[in-house]
Design a protein around this ligand. Structure first.
Ligand SMILES: [Zn+2]
Length: 215
């Protein structure tokens, strides 16, 4: 028998979190709350709106526990005078999005961009996978999906280079580096490094020539 959810909670929730201070973005504003508080408030809002199974009394949120990618919401209610307890699982999809305050404090949003581009049509799926893996790396401030590929904004160049090398060592890729903005200003390097990484998805038997080298 399939157990009915006492409360019509969504099975997955997307949360935007600042990678620096951990603030969560709620309705367009960053607040100093943790995921558990946020989910508890959401669950209570659902109760207040009456999104519960018919015939339930005294529906309450007992406890909310959040891990990295999942959370459990423990509910209690009464059905015809009999108490029931249910734990609902909610998938957490956390997106890294720096808050304006941290961007201001840091005085810069990023030092490098890793541009993942598909070298051949099949490379598109590859770069989507790579970008997904990189989105949770410390120092990655933003992952922008564009029609031509994925741009990954990175706080420092060392981290960006590490990502680039990771792609180079695992896939057939071609990297070109360019600089954006003035290279030296007031004696300090202010420009941003742009690493364009073309990734090729190859099957055995494919021959691709990259800069005169065959793969
Ligand atoms: Zn922040």
């Amino acid at each position: 028998m399939e157990t009915r959810k006492l409360v019509d909670l969504p099975s997955s929730v997307e949360i935007e979190r600042c990678p620096f201070c951990g603030a969560l973005r709620v309705r367009g504003r960053y607040v100093d709350k943790d995921a558990e508080t946020l989910l508890r408030e959401m669950a209570e809002e659902y109760l207040a709106k009456g999104r519960v199974v018919e015939g339930l009394d005294r529906v309450r949120v007992l406890e909310v526990r959040a891990l990295e990618t999942t959370a459990t919401v423990k509910l209690s209610a009464e059905v015809g005078g009999v108490g029931v307890v249910q734990e609902l699982l909610v998938e957490l999809r956390v997106r890294r999005s720096p808050c304006p305050r941290c961007l201001r404090v840091r005085g810069r949003s990023y030092e490098a961009i890793v541009q993942l581009r598909a070298g051949n049509p099949r490379g598109r799926t590859l770069i989507a996978e790579i970008a997904k893996g990189f989105s949770s790396v410390e120092g990655v401030v933003e992952v922008k999906e564009l029609s031509e590929g994925v741009d990954i904004y990175v706080v420092d160049r060392a981290t960006a280079l590490r990502l680039v090398r990771e792609v180079e060592s695992s896939y057939v890729a071609r990297v070109t580096t360019t600089w954006e903005g003035p290279r030296i200003r007031a004696g300090r390097r202010r420009s941003k490094a742009v690493y364009s990484v073309r990734v090729y998805s190859l099957s055995p038997g494919d021959i691709v020539e990259i800069r005169g080298r065959e793969y």
